[in-house]
Design a protein around this ligand. Structure first.
Ligand code: AMP
Length: 183
């Protein structure tokens, strides 16, 4: 990470941790406090975009829901379009769908069939990567839709859960601004 230590410490400090949410044992890393702080939000958006400024990105794909807020701002920062990767059943036009496993059961993400031109380079953005299951589904979906993945950018990585390694194993460049130990 090329991020200045001060910037990284500021971003870390702007993220609130809620113990035992949504269930016992989970430390919920709440980025709404970072988004509510103008300087931290600006720094996060700028640092998410930084590695991709000259990377010929055509679109940012944000993952519902916090990835929409960050991804929209990153798209604007890079001067490119935005496309939403939504949870099942929300998009109005014809979609492609990708299912993924959760701890209990499964979920699915969707993208509009015509969201991407074939070969467009796409940057995936979300607030946090944990197991990487959601990001992997989004990446498979974007590839199905004809996009080429230029990278995946997150504010928070939880390295103990292995998500960043999982996504790198798909041949994708991964950047995260801060890491927190544990789940
Ligand atoms: P995963 O698919 O396991 O990488 O989970 C990533 C998604 O779940 C992201 O969209 C996060 O917003 C959310 N998430 C998972 N774990 C946490 C956590 N400890 N704190 C906040 N959000 C989380």
């Amino acid at each position: 990470m090329s991020l200045e230590p001060d910037t990284r410490a500021d971003l870390r400090a702007a993220i609130r941790t809620i113990p035992d949410f949504p269930k016992p044992g989970i430390q919920f890393r709440d980025v709404t406090t970072l988004m509510g702080d103008a300087r931290a939000f600006d720094a996060a958006v700028s640092e998410l975009a930084q590695p991709y400024r000259n990377a010929d990105i055509a679109k940012v794909a944000g993952i519902e829901a916090r990835g929409f807020i960050l991804g929209g701002a990153v798209a604007r920062e890079l001067g490119v379009g935005f496309t939403p990767v939504r949870k099942r059943g929300k998009l109005p036009h014809d979609t492609l769908i990708e299912e993924y496993e959760l701890e209990y059961g499964s979920d699915a993400v969707e993208i509009h069939v015509d969201a991407l031109e074939r070969g467009e380079r796409v940057l995936v953005v979300d607030d946090l990567i944990a197991t990487g299951g959601t990001a992997e589904a989004a990446i498979k979906l974007i590839r199905k839709a004809g996009g080429e993945i230029a990278g995946a950018a997150f504010v928070v990585d939880l390295p103990d859960l292995g998500g960043a390694v999982r996504i790198r194993n798909l041949g994708v460049d991964v950047h995260a601004l801060v890491a927190f130990e544990g789940e």
